[in-house]
Design a protein around this ligand. Structure first.
Ligand code: GDP
Length: 319
């Protein structure tokens, strides 16, 4: 059975950066039966609760895009939460999807599953070929377990459970809290606060030399839909742009969009993390999917979204 506008589709993690984008995409494409549950309604770490919810709601397709996520500091200082929450969430949702006969499930991982010293760009077959980056090892181990979980249910029960590994993501509904966010929303917040406060100095963590790849979450949501329709293999598949830049270059791009008069100050006391994380996206490109939102445009539109939240007086989400 393939996913149609009449299918019952569960987006696990619909309030987050990725889930909210998947929801927008599915709604825009005319899917009529999208199922969601808030954290208060359903604790995804609780297998009995998840089973009960699946029994009552009977989803046919599942986008498993829920998880505890965060930037380099959050990962390094809260490793227990990152490993426990993520391992539990993947296990309960995958298991319930098997018990209640879900037709297809897409599980979302992260590019941090690859070894710290991985040859660049990173192909899918580099998984488990070397030691992980220590600053996010807990998260990476949980995400790797999620891939293996989907593969095991495919092997043992013939389940159509697939995994996609996105690169660093950004966009509306991101976390802009400086202690737990990723670099791109953190820089938007820092340049914005400096402009508002009439100061020029903006602190960028680390050396500015690490390189990262960034994908707008609306592009990711489109890729998730594409893969749900078109991909059905045991191997996980990378989702990215295939282009990266240094953190210093990124900071200059955000400066241009938010506060052109600012000066960058690098704080060497903060960690750099993995030196480079660029995905090889040849497999995805060969299937016929490529991203459409350039980083420059994506930063501008994300900043507009951020400003709109500020204008409405809403607290920009801090997770
Ligand atoms: P990572 O991709 O898992 O390392 O996660 P991040 O997005 O948190 O960090 C990416 C890189 O940006 C790291 O080298 C950080 O040190 C650097 N960086 C520079 N300024 C900031 C900042 O204000 N916040 C965060 N989270 N990272 C920053």
């Amino acid at each position: 059975m393939e996913m149609t506008s009449a299918s019952r589709i569960y987006v696990a993690g619909h309030a987050g950066l990725v889930g909210s984008a998947v929801l927008r995409r599915l709604e825009a494409l005319g899917y009529r039966h999208i199922l969601t549950a808030t954290r208060d309604q359903l604790d995804l770490r609780d297998q009995a609760a998840v089973n009960y919810w699946f029994k009552a709601n009977r989803p046919e397709f599942v986008f498993l895009v829920a998880g505890t996520v965060g930037g380099i500091m959050a990962n390094a200082t809260r490793p227990a939460e990152f490993i426990y929450d993520n391992m539990m969430i993947h296990a309960t949702v995958v298991h319930a999807s098997h018990l209640y006969d879900v037709q297809k499930l897409l599980y979302l991982g992260s590019s941090c599953i690859y070894p710290r010293e991985c040859p660049q760009p990173m192909t899918e077959d580099m998984l488990l070929s070397g030691p992980l980056e220590p600053t996010n090892e807990s998260y990476a181990v949980a995400k790797i377990a999620g891939i293996k979980l989907c593969q095991a249910y495919r092997t043992q029960y013939g389940r159509r459970f697939i995994s996609a590994m996105p690169t660093n993501l950004y966009g509306p509904h991101d976390n802009f809290d400086l202690t737990s966010s990723h670099v791109l929303p953190a820089l938007i917040r820092k340049f914005h606060d400096a402009r508002m406060g009439g100061t020029r100095e903006v602190v960028v963590w680390g050396s500015g030399r690490p390189k990262r790849e960034f994908l707008h979450v609306d592009d990711l949501a489109d890729a998730c839909h594409f893969l749900m329709q078109r991909y059905d293999e045991a191997s996980h598949i990378n989702v990215g742009t295939g282009e990266d830049l240094s953190i210093a270059e990124l900071a200059m791009m955000v400066r241009e969009a938010v506060h052109p008069d600012a000066e960058l100050v690098f704080d060497a006391a903060k960690p750099d993390g993995t030196p480079r994380k660029l995905l090889d996206v040849s497999r995805l490109h060969a299937l016929g999917w490529t991203h459409t939102i350039t980083l420059r445009d994506g930063i501008r539109s994300t900043y507009e979204w951020f400003l709109e939240q500020e204008r409405q007086g809403l607290a920009v989400r801090a997770r």
